[in-house]
Ligand binder design. Structure first.
Ligand code: ADP
Length: 402
């Protein structure tokens, strides 16, 4: 049983072919710079195995249709390919960024579902149209194959109104659905499930704080297995300090920048999304570069690290207060999985709340899921690698199986 997982962006398509009986990846790759003069497809067959084969195609890729055609011709290549023809794909999973209030679960793509994704375009004007492009092309190329939409927002639809409402005029919620939605739901759900296995109890009786620290960063409070609060809001800008995104700022900053710097709202939005966060503070947004700079005595890099880890700590404290009892704290994604310093500083001083790291376990470099808290820590702390494609594939299996 082979699933094709598609994450279609405005100028890129990321994909994986997964053999579901063993959950092994047969092919993974990315089409980049769609619409540019110089497009690129990088594909890897059997990644991470002795038979790994990487290939790159460089040519103009005018649109998503031609990008997907290129991927399929590579996957079905008689000599190299991993599928004989497109009929070997049993189901297709699409990552869709914004399901608004319409989707609490992953769902089979139907004309009604497409309408609802379109209806939510105002909430994700860059992402949802690109996701729809991927769905349209896949439906044309695989007309007989079930297609499933998996939403970044769905996991957080269990948040109660007191957590998802902004304290602004209620009419904005009634008329325009202005509220907090949260993102990275597939990742939070995946690592929560894995954490429950490590804790040896059903997810439905676990209280967890899951911390996704990659380029984008978010934290979720999970009570009895469901999301009850999360740090990202109506858009993926609220909350933690990210690679290039500011996270929380005073909303009155917009007026100040307009009045004092003559910036318009579009420029402010671009600044907060692309020129802020770690990059805004120290000019670098890759945490590995920041550590190197800190070691070399760069004060601004040290400040960026301190601002990010302080914000993490503040949210952990808030979510512990929200949850009452916490069984586990989980770190995941590029920084969360690899960065012992960020983990230690984010948890610094939380011993009074029952959180104690084991420094040796925390410093261990490993790709495996593991517990990094000390024996006497009331709250157990874990590093659990996220795997969004596999998480999407498991969602697809659930939907297709039912
Ligand atoms: P995305 O959110 O785009 O999926 P990732 O989860 O892959 O991103 O995280 C990317 C970030 O992870 C990089 O920008 C970098 O800051 C960080 N990162 C990756 N490897 C390491 C490492 N070994 N140590 C510290 N940070 C790392």
């Amino acid at each position: 049983m082979k699933f094709f997982i598609i994450n279609s962006g405005s100028s890129s398509i990321k994909y994986q072919v997964i053999e579901m009986t063993t959950e092994s990846v047969l092919a993974t790759g990315m089409v980049e710079r769609i619409g540019d003069e110089t497009g690129r497809l990088q594909n890897t067959f059997f990644p991470g195995t002795p038979s790994e084969r990487v290939s790159t195609v460089e040519q103009a890729i005018p649109d998503h249709d031609s990008g997907m055609h290129l991927v399929i011709s590579l996957l079905t290549d008689q000599e190299q390919g991993v599928i004989g023809d497109t009929s070997e794909i049993s189901a297709i999973g699409h990552r869709v960024v914004h399901g608004g209030e319409d989707f609490r679960e992953s769902t089979r793509v139907t004309p009604l579902v497409i309408e609802a994704i379109k209806r939510n375009i105002p909430l994700a004007p860059l992402h949802n149209p690109a996701n729809l492009d991927g769905i349209r092309v896949a439906m044309e190329l695989f007309p007989a194959v079930p297609q499933v939409a998996v939403f970044d927002t769905a996991f957080h639809q269990t948040m109660p109104p007191h957590a998802f409402m902004y304290a602004i005029p209620y009419a904005l919620y009634e008329q325009d659905r202005v509220r907090r939605y949260g993102f990275h739901g597939t990742s939070h759900r995946f690592v929560a499930g894995e954490c429950a296995r490590h804790l040896g109890k059903p997810l439905s009786s676990c209280n967890l704080i899951t911390i996704h620290l990659g380029n984008g960063c978010s934290m979720t409070a999970i009570a009895n297995g469901v999301s009850i609060d999360t740090s990202l809001g109506m858009t993926p800008l609220e909350g933690l300090v990210m690679g290039t995104r500011s996270g929380d700022v005073d909303p009155a900053l917009h007026l100040f920048l307009k009045q004092n710097k003559g910036m318009d709202l579009e420029a402010i939005d671009a600044m907060l999304n692309k020129e802020s966060g770690l990059k805004g503070l120290c000019g670098m947004n890759d945490m590995r570069d920041i550590h190197r700079a800190v070691e070399a005595g760069d004060q601004r890099a040290a400040l960026a690290l301190a601002v990010q880890t302080y914000r993490n700590r503040k949210y952990i404290g808030a979510f512990m207060a929200v949850l009452g009892r916490v069984d586990g704290i989980v770190f995941t994604a590029g920084i969360g999985e690899n960065d012992a310093i960020v983990r230690a500083e984010s948890l610094q001083g939380l011993e009074f709340l029952g959180v104690r790291l084991d420094p040796e376990e925390n410093n261990l470099r490993s790709k495996q899921a593991r517990c990094i808290s000390s024996e006497d820590s009331r709250v157990r702390v874990f590093v659990i690698p996220t795997n969004e494609e596999l998480a999407i594939a498991r969602e697809v299996a659930k939907v297709v199986g039912s």
